[in-house]
Design a protein. Structure first.
Length: 364
């Protein structure tokens, strides 16, 4: 299984998470590969920071990993060698699609057949701290136009709204180079849950209405959405309970059981889930030896007991972030073994190794 959107933190944010604890969480949650976002401190948008990121990850990871690179002026063979794709954030500094560095990065991605992942929220449409669905729709339409103009693979990440779904649908009718993922919290939670969960559930994009949630779930079942990611984004509990809580929460240890529960309820088929968590992420990220179990492919296997019923307990997480908006959720299905390149990394909840993870680009 491949989680194509995680934040391993580390560097100066290692008090929130690091590659050791984050990949242990991945192993326990059944993921054999995680793809790490570049909005670290310092950010991964220079060749030196990229080389250091790879070194740190390689020294700590217990499952395999991939790296994304930020918008940058430093684009060379080292980037091509170490990076899976690029991430564009919709903050004011990055948003303008025609900004020089963004355009340069997009052209490099196109030339080297690498995906560009976009956090699709147009900040010009924010109202105070409110991030409406129209901001998501606007950004998707803007970058879909860019994708057609410059012939690059656009991937919209953490799709959250009905308006966003419609924009993706229309974009896909005009281009075969557009894909999208969503996260379990946009499938199972809504803005009505804020009253009970409080700042623990704060996330960007925010939780939407029940109607939005239903449309995102429908789009997933109808294969408008290509993948599911956790958007694992750990912070300390003190930060989450502060007067200005950051967006995000851990997700590596909850994503698979939440999704197998949807299978048990008949919302998705098991084959659909395999495509959402393995086959399609491998295609989007161009991991030619992943996504299938066949001769010539990497021996990555997740063994799942689809019949096991249990309750999510965040105090037992491997992640440093021991809280979750899904705490206490009753789920059906659990990873009982995670095998990376033929080696058992996790068995029945116990992580068996202290290292061994590799950059997937090193053997792809």
């Amino acid at each position: 299984l491949i989680d194509m959107h995680v934040h391993m933190r580390d560097f100066q944010l290692s008090y929130k998470e690091d590659f050791q604890t984050g990949t242990r969480a991945a192993a326990k949650g059944g993921f054999t590969v995680v793809a790490d976002m570049p909005n670290t401190k310092p950010p991964v948008n220079t060749v030196n920071s990229l080389i250091e990121r790879d070194r740190v990850a390689r020294s700590k990871a217990v499952v395999d990993y991939g790296l994304y690179y930020g918008v940058s002026n430093e684009l060379n063979d080292t980037v091509k060698k170490l990076v899976l794709g690029f991430k564009v954030y919709s903050h004011e500094d990055y948003y303008s699609p025609l900004k020089d560095l963004t355009l340069k990065t997009i052209k490099y991605a196109s030339l080297n057949s690498m995906p560009v992942l976009v956090h699709a929220e147009n900040p010009r449409l924010f109202e105070n701290e409110v991030r409406p669905p129209s901001a998501e729709e606007s950004a998707i339409r803007d970058f879909a136009f860019l994708s057609r103009s410059y012939s690059f693979h656009l991937h919209i990440t953490h799709l959250s709204s009905a308006q966003g779904v419609q924009a993706v649908k229309e974009a896909k009718q005009l281009s075969t180079s557009i894909t999208a993922d969503t996260c379990p919290h946009y499938l199972l939670l809504s803005d009505e849950d804020y009253a009970k969960l409080g700042p623990i559930a704060r996330v960007y994009p925010p939780l939407r209405s029940k109607q939005d949630r239903e449309m995102v779930l429908k789009a997933l079942a109808e294969q408008v959405i290509d993948a599911v990611s956790s958007d694992h984004a750990p912070h300390t509990l003190d930060e989450k309970l502060s007067s200005k809580p950051p967006g995000g929460f851990p997700g590596l240890e909850t994503t698979l059981p939440l999704m197998t529960t949807l299978v048990s309820k008949g919302v998705l088929s098991l084959d659909q889930l395999v495509h959402l968590l393995a086959v399609n992420p491998s295609k989007i990220l161009k991991l030619r030896k992943h996504g299938f179990l066949a001769e010539g492919f990497v021996g990555n296997v997740t063994i799942v007991d689809l019949s096991e019923e249990w309750a999510i307990c965040s105090s037992e997480f491997e992640s440093k972030a021991k809280y979750s908006p899904f705490d206490g959720f009753h789920v059906k299905g659990k990873a009982i073994a995670t095998i990376v390149r033929g080696s058992v990394v996790m068995e029945r909840g116990e992580v068996k190794v202290s290292g061994g993870g590799a950059n997937v680009k090193s053997y792809n």
